[in-house]
Design a protein around this ligand. Structure first.
Ligand SMILES: C[S@@+](CC[C@H](N)C(=O)[O-])C[C@H]1O[C@@H](n2cnc3c(N)ncnc32)[C@H](O)[C@@H]1O
Length: 135
């Protein structure tokens, strides 16, 4: 909604890049959105580049979730914010709030908390963490 914000996105398969590029054609043309093929465990960005990072419904598929979170930590600026959203429920045991919060802590995020959307028909948890600001 803020036209001055620039957004970068990655996914692994070319077909996802094509689908996302088609949906975001206008924003890509104006330079607001840049999409690439890549993996969260080896992000094609320099360190301390982004103010915020967001992922929804993805972390369960990462081959190494903590390594992915560490990569997100690397590309965030000090004080940058990470938000990881997941489905809540028994099918997602490995990503229940405490476990998700521990993963963020292992990836050196601080002030970690997990919020629930409170919608029983579609329960989601969102883990928030900050990259430690420089001393
Ligand atoms: C269930 S889809 C979610 C897509 C979208 N965020 C949504 O909620 O509709 C999970 C996505 O994670 C991607 N993915 C899995 N492992 C990945 C990795 N290591 N790096 C980047 N993307 C990955 C998959 O290719 C897939 O597009």
């Amino acid at each position: 909604m803020n036209p001055s914000v620039k957004i970068a996105g990655i996914d692994r398969p070319e077909e996802m890049l094509r689908a996302a590029s088609s949906r975001n054609r206008d924003a890509i043309q104006t330079g607001r959105v840049e999409l690439r093929v890549g993996s969260v465990t080896d992000l094609p960005y320099v360190a301390s580049h982004f103010d915020k990072a967001f992922s929804i419904n993805c972390i369960y598929f990462w081959e190494n979730p903590v390594q992915g979170l560490k990569e997100l930590n690397r590309v965030l600026k000090p004080g940058g914010v990470l938000a990881i959203t997941v489905r809540d429920g028994n099918r997602y045991q490995a990503f229940r709030p405490k476990k998700l919060a521990n993963m963020l802590a292992h990836a050196e995020f601080v002030n970690v908390r997990v919020l629930n959307n409170g919608i029983s028909a579609h329960p989601l948890n969102c883990a928030l963490g900050l990259k430690q600001a420089s001393p």
